[in-house]
Design a protein around this ligand. Structure first.
Ligand SMILES: [Zn+2]
Length: 410
């Protein structure tokens, strides 16, 4: 048998970012910036190697993307509202008023569109929060929970639901127990909004206790603001370290890290790293809501992505709100969100270093096994029209499933 016969397919002229290979030194190909280039060799339905070739490399191979933080219950609701604009509090009030008029059909229509957009952008896994609203019984999910549950069953992508409760509600041990039991029953994630609630420490403690008891993943919206004194992120890290909780724990926003002195920042990021807590930077919504004042904003509201990464914290990036009261524009598109994050957080080249935030690290943060290109099933791989990682982040063309190109040996 010749070497060629061992391979069932060959895809000529592709690039693979080194950051998305488990073992780049053994994958073959030719070093091309922060990528390897060559012909991709497929054997038994898996990507096994690159072979250096003279074919021009104009397409890039990536594993399916992961969206770690969206709100499919709220998305695409902006046209239902009039004159929305303002800070986080104004957005919460506007969205609450609109939510009172939601119907099952309306939620399904909007969430289906949001999920379709994510899949078209290349997502294979998505976590959506669902407001677990005021006044409802702790073990009685809102209408949107059921709608997203049905979507999850039908979807080609993994769709995780996270119940978005408030730390004040979770401070009641009975509420926390009943809510967590329902979340566990539905195979979902326990989530909580932590801001400046007086009893937030009790709420956080109850989340960890219930998650530990029931084997749940945790997801916090935490310190979504730039006012001084927000301390939820460190409270969560302390709770994780004290309880020895094994996770996964994902903390979204953490805007107020921008307020911390160098010493405080070093202490908090060290605790997050030791606790294995991942942080989601959410540039779309933060840029719109944070740092509001009479004129043009001079603060960005993005968490300290670079310092967190330097401390060894797993940092991921998500779309958060798309066309709702929290962010009246935006896209369900991880490549587009990462591109915005590059500008907002000054993430310098090589851009391949940042791709794990929407792929391998994003999957880790959701408690899923990371997928790299080497050894991946072809059904888990995508082809983007891009000749470099800068080109990838600047392009708007949709990816194609790599499997569609198989079967045409040149
Ligand atoms: Zn959110």
């Amino acid at each position: 048998m010749t070497r060629e016969d061992r391979f069932t397919s060959r895809i000529p002229g592709v690039l693979v970012p080194r950051s998305l290979l488990a073992d780049p030194d053994r994958f073959g190909g030719r070093s091309t910036g922060d990528c390897l280039s060559g012909d991709l060799l497929i054997m038994d339905g898996q990507a096994v190697a690159l072979e250096a070739s003279d074919a021009p490399a104009t397409r890039m191979v990536l594993p399916r993307l992961t969206e770690p933080h969206v709100h499919l219950d709220k998305c695409h609701s902006i046209d239902r509202m009039q004159g929305v604009g303002g800070d986080l509090h104004a957005a919460i009030m506007a969205q609450r008023a609109d939510k009172a008029t939601w119907t099952e059909d309306n939620i399904r229509l909007r969430a289906t569109r949001g999920l379709a957009e994510l899949i078209a952008a290349g997502c294979g896994a998505v976590r959506s929060h669902v407001d677990w609203g005021d006044g409802e019984e702790p073990d009685q999910p809102p209408m949107a929970w059921h709608v997203l549950g049905a979507l999850a069953e039908e979807s080609r992508a993994v769709l995780q639901r996270a119940a978005l409760t408030g730390a004040d509600r979770m401070a009641d041990p009975d509420y926390a127990r009943r809510c967590a039991r329902r979340v566990a029953h539905d195979g979902a994630v326990l989530g909580t909004f932590v801001f400046d609630q007086p009893d937030r420490a009790a709420g956080i403690a109850n989340c960890f206790r219930e998650a530990d008891r029931l084997g749940l993943a945790l997801d916090f919206h935490v310190d979504e603001g730039l006012k001084p004194g927000l301390d939820g992120l460190e409270m969560i890290a302390d709770a994780a370290l004290e309880t020895g909780f094994e996770g996964p724990v994902l903390c979204g926003h953490a805007c107020s890290l921008a307020n911390q002195s160098e010493n405080d920042l070093a202490r908090i990021t060290d605790k997050l790293a030791r606790a294995g807590i991942a942080v989601a930077a959410l540039p779309q919504t933060n840029l719109y809501l944070q740092g509001r004042r009479a004129g043009t904003p001079d603060r960005r509201g993005i968490t300290r992505v670079r310092e967190l990464q330097a401390a060894g914290v797993c940092v991921v990036m998500g779309a958060d709100n798309v066309r709702d009261a929290f962010c009246p524009i935006g896209r369900h598109d991880p490549i587009g969100v990462l591109s915005l994050g590059v500008l907002a957080a000054h993430l310098d080249p090589p851009f391949g270093d940042h791709l794990p935030m929407i792929t391998t690290n994003a999957r880790r943060a959701l408690g899923l096994a990371p997928q790299t290109v080497d050894g991946a099933a072809i059904g888990d791989l995508l082809l983007f029209d891009a000749s470099s990682t800068s080109d990838l982040l600047s392009g708007t063309a949709r990816p194609r499933p790599l499997a569609e190109t198989i079967g045409t040996r040149p």
